[in-house]
Design a protein around this ligand. Structure first.
Ligand code: C2E
Ligand code: CA
Ligand code: CA
Ligand code: CA
Length: 280
């Protein structure tokens, strides 16, 4: 038994040690990344499903790690939330996204585009958040109604009492609020009454099955109708195929995003999309 125990020790301990070591290294790397500004934003177009026009972009963060290359948000946002580093990182995202989109709008004719920024629950715990949002708008010159803040269902479900106050203060600035990943949480409908939301983002898991599964189609179309009844816009996420677009457009979904239209683009690529160079 003792030998068995020792074998197990030898099998498991180095793995755990390695995982622990890796997370310590990641945390040190992340602290350095904040100081050295190693983050970049990608911009994914949000499209009117009837006209095909780009009405906005969602800002999505990437970490340009000096040795590991590009790190996806799901590989560092949870650690950034645990350590509180999401607060300075999230402020940077907000300011950068507002400045960039204000600059694009200044060069565009026609309807100015919106920018959607993802907020973490940890950011909403900061009493200064409404002031930071206001400052990002003022210093960029972006009109408040061109900014959309995306909140996840889990954030609203496990909310602290201050969350509602904070969201009300932010709404008073004229900013709009979207519920991200709608339909994946536990009590989607209850908080539609409680929180001042403007937009529902239909989760990709519904869109994935909208063509092949009658249940997914019925739920998706039901969410769109619910949105309309409550005078909310609906954005379908993760549209990858024409069939999905057709089903959503048939159901009168207003807006959508996904690889079918464009993946999250670098600043230069979005620039090219918005302002195509004259053909030679
Ligand atoms: P999300 O807010 O639900 O963003 C949508 C994710 O789906 C993005 O992944 C996007 O690249 C991906 N996506 C878009 N269209 C398609 C499609 O047609 N097919 C597929 N398979 N995927 C698609 P990404 O960029 O890796 O971001 C993952 C998550 O990380 C986001 O999910 C969001 O929760 C979080 N995140 C990203 N940027 C930020 C940020 O600046 N702050 C915070 N707090 N969270 C962020
Ligand atoms: Ca989002
Ligand atoms: Ca989402
Ligand atoms: Ca998601």
């Amino acid at each position: 038994a003792k030998k068995h125990g020792k074998d197990r020790y030898e099998v498991f301990e180095p793995d755990m040690q390695r995982a622990f070591q890796a997370s310590i290294e990641l945390e040190a790397d992340l602290r350095r990344a904040v100081v050295r500004h190693e983050f970049e934003l990608r911009y994914q177009p949000i499209v009117n499903l009837t006209s095909g026009e780009i009405t906005g972009v969602e800002a999505l963060i990437r970490w340009a790690h000096p040795t590991r290359g590009e790190v996806a948000p799901m590989d560092f946002i949870p650690l950034a939330e645990e350590t509180g580093m999401i607060v300075p990182i999230g402020e940077w995202v907000l300011r950068e996204a507002c400045s960039r989109v204000a600059a694009w709008n200044a060069r565009r004719s026609g309807q100015p585009i919106t920018v959607s920024v993802n907020l973490s629950a940890v950011q909403l715990e900061q009493p200064a958040l409404p002031l930071i949002v206001q400052s990002a708008l003022t210093s960029s010159g972006l009109p408040a109604d061109r900014l959309i803040l995306e909140l996840t269902e889990s954030l609203l479900v496990d909310h602290r009492p201050a969350t509602l106050t904070r969201l009300t203060e932010i709404k008073a600035l004229g900013v709009r609020l979207a519920i991200d990943d709608f339909g994946t949480g536990y009590s989607s409908l209850a908080y539609l009454r409680r929180f001042p939301v403007d937009i529902i983002k239909i989760d990709k898991s519904f869109v994935d099955d909208v063509v092949d599964e009658p249940t997914a189609a019925a739920l998706t179309h039901g969410i769109i109708q619910l949105g309309r009844a409550l005078q909310l816009s609906t954005i379908a996420e993760g549209i990858e195929h024409e069939g999905q677009l057709d089903s959503l457009a048939d159901g009168n979904c207003e807006l959508g995003q996904g690889y079918y239209f464009a993946e999250p683009l670098t600043r230069a690529a979005l620039d090219e999309l918005l302002f195509p160079a004259d053909p030679a």
